[in-house]
Ligand binder design. Sequence first.
Ligand code: C2E
Ligand code: MG
Ligand code: MG
Length: 731
Amino acid sequence: MNSEMKRQSSRDAESERLRLVIEAAPNAMLMTDAAGRIVMVNSQAEKLFGYERRELLGQPVEILVPQAARGHHHGYREGFARAPAARPMGAGRDLHGLRKDGSEVPIEIGLNPLTMPDGRYVLASVIDITARLNAEKMQRALQAAELRESILDNLPFSVISTDPSGIIVSANPAAEHLLGYNRHELVGRSVLILHDREELRRRAQELLLARGAAVSADFQVIVAASSRGADEREWTYVRKDGKRVPVNIAMTAMRDESGQVNGYLKVAYDITQRKEAETLIRHIAHHDALTGLPNRALLMDRLDMAIHQARRHGQHLAVLMLDLDHFKRINDTLGHLVGDRLLLGLAQRMQSALREVDTLARLGGDEFVVVLTEVERRESVVPAFDRLMQAITAPLTVDGHELAVTASIGAALYPEDGDDATALIKNADTAMYQAKAAGRNGVRWFTASMYEQIRERMGLGSALTRALRAERLKLHYQPELTLHDGRIVGMEALARWSDEVLGVIGPERFIPVAEESGLILELGEWVLRRACRDCAALRRALGRPLTVAVNVSPRQLQSKEWPQGVAQALADSGLPPQGLELELTEGTLMENPEQSAEILRAVRRLGVGVVIDDFGTGYSSLSYLTRFPIDKIKIDRAFVRDLLTDATDAAVVGAIIAMARSLGIRVVAEGIESERQWRHLLGRGCDQGQGYFFGVAVAADEFAARAREIERWSCSGDGAAESVPRALDAG
Ligand code: C2E
Ligand code: MG
Ligand code: MG
């Protein structure tokens, strides 16, 4: 054997050995030469690719690569052949082999470069990964199903799947919980058993209107409605126990591969709480928190509706603006809690005094509005006025306090006094202010002339301001006498205004205007300084002590600087404090009792006297007489007027005098117009008096002369208490 033959045979033996090794390998193996031709395959490779060995040998390896991946394979092989060591062995999972029958098989490939004496080769080991991929896929599917299941089980939403006709296929635990059915009771039945039939009918109707086409099958109503706006997703589920639950439902159509709907997924959640919250918020937005009555917003809605209805039926309606009188006092003296309870109690009583069709609303504070509907004519609401007033004025016990309350009511009638809600309320309000101005505790119908009065007041305000600043206001003085001897001991300062254009305007007209505008502070200060100056001068002229009484308005008493102003007026005029008396009404005191008491104590420390004016007309409780520092009370002229003709008035006057004396408080009677009144009051023990019988108010420069003239006939010679003054004898 020559060496060439020997080499040949040893090469053959080597390749035979390689062939055997390859054949024995558990997976498909094939070897290609440097040109990519298959030079060796094992039987596993035959099986994998479906070729016979001889069909593969000598073929380019590409025949085993699917058409789509050939370019990639080619490039890969080229690169690998060029620099095999630099190339990573093996390839990705997405590789596929091409079988003889044209089918593809997922494979994994390991590539090994081999350098043999006759050239370079590549040994490829190919693994069929079909089974592994299937297993993985299965695993994933299993996991997904499990996940789905557990998500469904734990989802807080009710999830029900149905077939295309609405028959329930599955339901999750949340659905069971929400509906009170268990899964087995649900599966196989129509979802319609969960729905409110009435609601379904209504929705079908709406859909019909919206689409113009009938939606016949009930289940299709749910499907169709759920695909519309968000509002349409709200439904009512009926539980097994019959209870209704508001739910929000989202419907999703499930489709098979061909796009055909093969069922629905109905996801629902309970919106009871949201609904309740919405209802609550709506209620809060439309009702007053304290009384639960409609508030202004709801009142306006109702009033609009009532007006609509009245217009249609040719009826009237009445709007009543109702304001409690002096409610602030109750709040201030007894506290807000008592005030709140009083409001609540009154609201309940008023409500029950009204009919179902009427509306009682609270605008805030102590302001209420009543809308009386189906009114025939103006007079027909009178009984309602009476019932309301009775409801308010009947005593009410709150926390042990028996409270007597009155109210002022302004009324406006539709359509005469206004034909829309705003006008009616505004006019009722105007009428209510007139009711207050007319002495409270009463009802006033709106009249067009009220606006004139208001306009007049406004005009009066600016004219008054000008008059005060131009010093065109005057002070007149009415003498005050001791009744037993007819001597003039004092005088009351009364403001007078004679306007060039408007003529003489009485204080009962301009004082309220000044109080409303705040001008009263300036006016009050002017009166105080002027009165002190005039009184000091008159004392000098008459050569004896004389007091001047100055009327004080509520606003003045609210000001902490006011006592300082009083002291200043005294100092500037030289009038001793004993020469000044300050007159306040009961109402003024009670407007802010705590502060009033404090300020009165301050002026009294100066030595100034405090007088309660118009006594008997205001607050019915006398307890404040002991709470405030009071020197004197002035019995209102209304009692004096009817003293001789009205037994009740006589009794009241007698009681006032007796009570005041027992408290060491002096008593003055105002409005004495006859000698008999004088005699009567003197007999009852009244200390002082003033009135037209003695003299009207006159200017300061006339006062001294007038005073002497009066005393000439009013004074008895000896001034003895028992003896009737001479003037009476003469009269
Ligand atoms: P008042 O303080 O009760 O004053 C007494 C009123 O009775 C005065 O009316 C007086 O003219 C009137 N009068 C006096 N004697 C008689 C009588 O015999 N018969 C009748 N029928 N009336 C008599 P006037 O001056 O019209 O004052 C009305 C009210 O105006 C006063 O009532 C007082 O509340 C208020 N006022 C007057 N001047 C002032 C002032 O300077 N400041 C304040 N804040 N109020 C004042
Ligand atoms: Mg007075
Ligand atoms: Mg008076």
